[in-house]
Design a protein around this ligand. Structure first.
Ligand code: DDK
Ligand code: ZN
Ligand code: ZN
Length: 416
């Protein structure tokens, strides 16, 4: 026992686990050019963690900026904020307390649960058990391996058919720290399987279409958020010559790549990568969608936080050819979502609704020809941000189901 404890401490020390004791999350409201400059300086010179937007490249006057400030820099940051007269509020007083408070769902500790944030190993076991328990509705497809050689498994949901079926593709967990996202993909699969045969819309959807679900896109990053650093966002790829790890998968798609709202600095959280699809996870998904381009009618990608339903474009300000239709469907989805618990979402094109960001998966899929291409930013609006308590998994997933089902119903109705 004593020996085990010692090994435990040694392992913890070697793992170099990040802690966030005393760190605070601020919401800054830059209203002057000098405020924008100050935020860029903060990101460059001290180790602040941009929560929204993902990097200071995207900061402009009149957008709210959420940043985590490590405890040791609080004095200097408070001084700078006061001196520059920048409006600000504190969203999270103690980040480590919020990290520890996330697991508020109670119940027995480790085992897969739809109302907990599952580890990758639990998700992997769940992928295997749910597919073997539902052989007539689920099949597994490995679309490639991650940088660290973990298999990327897509669950194909749908009733077998003699003719080729049109499909919807949905991924979760592009960004490692957005834990509510993989929780939603797991919830979606469970709901689809358990309501097939009783819910008429789900039955008809899975009879007529297939839904491809990638429960965790950025598996290596997701594992890292459980083992080392809860705030990790990017992939975990290494490149000789750089000491910085990973690229932002949602800046690495071949859509206006690295032109706007992305960074060419390998150390940035919005690093676009060394070239489009340099990240193997991005290449695997892009290859899969290209291979199945003729059947994929909708692309959905799930992120957090901000409560937004976004569609192309983010790499430019110009409107998509299908703007009006995409907006109408988004607004219908948002009102379906709101009908359950009153949660309000804003719909619109990425560039003007959140911020310009090139290299995103939604823009890439849309330009490839997948018309109904949407990015969800789930709960909340900043009270907990990425650290959404487990007690909110169920209501978040229930309301998001309504939005996804609204989009799916529309896509299905307009197939032929
Ligand atoms: O990748 C981002 O910064 C957010 C999700 Se965290 C989405 C940005 C808009 C959609 C990108 N095409
Ligand atoms: Zn994200
Ligand atoms: Zn987000």
């Amino acid at each position: 026992m004593k020996l085990l404890l010692i090994f435990g401490f040694v392992a913890l020390a070697l793992a170099d686990v990040s802690r966030f004791v005393g760190d605070k999350v601020f919401r800054l409201k830059p209203r002057l050019d000098k405020h924008v400059t100050l935020i860029k300086e903060l990101e460059k010179n001290i180790n602040v963690d941009m929560w929204s937007p993902g990097s200071s490249e995207q900061v402009t006057i009149d957008i709210d900026v959420d940043i985590r400030v490590p405890a040791m820099y609080l004095d200097i940051v408070f001084t700078m904020l006061d001196q520059s007269d920048m409006e600000h509020e504190i969203l999270i007083e103690d980040v480590q307390a919020a990290v520890d408070g996330q697991a508020d769902s109670g119940g027995s500790p480790r085992a897969h649960s739809y109302t907990k944030y599952n580890t990758w190993s639990d998700v992997q076991n769940w992928i295997n058990s749910i597919s073997s328990a539902n052989p007539s509705l689920v099949s597994k497809l490995v679309i490639g391996n991650t940088f660290e050689a973990r298999p990327m498994t897509v669950l194909k949901l749908g009733k077998a058919s003699s003719s080729t079926k049109p499909a919807i593709f949905m991924d979760c967990g592009i960004h490692a720290r957005e834990w509510i996202s993989p929780a939603f993909c797991q919830w979606f699969v469970k709901e689809a399987l358990s309501t097939y045969g009783s819910d008429s819309q789900m039955t008809s959807l899975l009879d007529e279409m297939d839904v491809f679900v990638l429960p965790v896109f950025n598996i290596d990053g997701y594992v890292y958020t459980h083992t080392n650093n809860r705030m990790w966002r990017k992939t975990r790829s290494k490149k000789s010559g750089s000491s910085c790890i990973g690229a932002d998968p949602n800046r690495n798609f071949d859509a206006g790549w690295c032109t706007l709202g992305a960074s060419s600095n390998p150390c940035s959280d919005t690093f676009c990568g060394y070239n489009p699809e340099s990240e193997i996870e991005v290449k695997n998904v892009a290859d899969f969608i290209r291979r199945n381009k003729s059947i994929i009618k909708a692309y959905l990608t799930i992120h957090s936080y901000s409560q937004l339903l976004l569609f192309p474009y983010s790499y430019k300000y110009g409107l998509a050819a299908d703007h009006t239709e995409l907006m109408t469907v988004a607004q219908g989805a948002a009102s379906a979502l709101q009908s359950l618990y009153g949660t309000r979402y804003t719909s619109g094109p990425g560039a003007t609704t959140i911020y310009p960001a090139a290299g995103g998966s939604d823009d890439w899929a849309y330009d490839l020809g997948v018309k109904y291409s949407y990015t969800f930013e789930l709960r909340d609006t900043g009270r907990y941000g990425f650290l959404l308590p487990e007690s909110q998994i169920k209501p978040t997933c229930e309301e998001t189901m309504l939005a996804v089902k609204h989009i799916a119903a529309y896509v299905q109705k307009n197939l032929y």
